[in-house]
Design a protein around this ligand. Sequence first.
Ligand code: F6R
Length: 242
Amino acid sequence: MIIFSAPDYNGMSRKAANLISAQVILKPDSVLGLATGSTPLGVYAQLIDWYNKGDVDFSKVRSVNLDEYCGLAPDHEQSYHYYMKENFFKHINIHLENTHVPNGLAEDVAEEGRRYDALIESLGGIDLQLLGIGNTGHIGFNEPSESYIKETHRVTLNQKTIDANSRFFASKDEVPRYAVTMGIGSIMKAKKVLLVANGAGKAEILYQSLFGPITPEVPASILQVHPDVTIVGDEEAMSVIR
Ligand code: F6R
């Protein structure tokens, strides 16, 4: 595991964007596993900037996102389909047909899970998986539980996650209670994992994930046994790790 501490959010974003750019430059048809949320916004902004400067080309890149809220249509402003289009895809030359986000409207989520896992497999697996980390230690929306679920599946969001994500919705009641998330299996099979974290609020859970016991009660702790993980945190998130 490689751990980088950046002085601030901008530094974290640039470092992570550098690592993603290097991946795409070295393998132009990379399969990128992508994340949403506040943390990677700066990473996407930096990649867009470098794309505009001609430094990185996404025309052959394929992407698979980690998760989507159940019940939100792709054009819903809080859906992760919408987030990806608005914050990244529409600003670069990735082909939209090469981008994939789980279908939050699927009536049969088990079937959607099988479809999504088969899709990831058909792309040859994930070359680099970008992750944020939730206050609960979730990666994707794999919330603390008694066991890890390997496959893409429906998850009941933890109350802490609902509280944290309510900042994006008009009220807490509007936050979906369920999501469909890539399982721990696809994340752990990714050739490389890049986790970004910022802010003091993530310091304790980041420490537990990286140095505490490996347990599904702290889902991100499984990354300790992944062979190629890079953590990029800002100073606040790294404050306990020194
Ligand atoms: C998003 C995702 C989540 C977030 C996590 C942190 O696709 O899978 O695991 O990475 O909830 O979110 P932020 O960055 O908003 O703190």
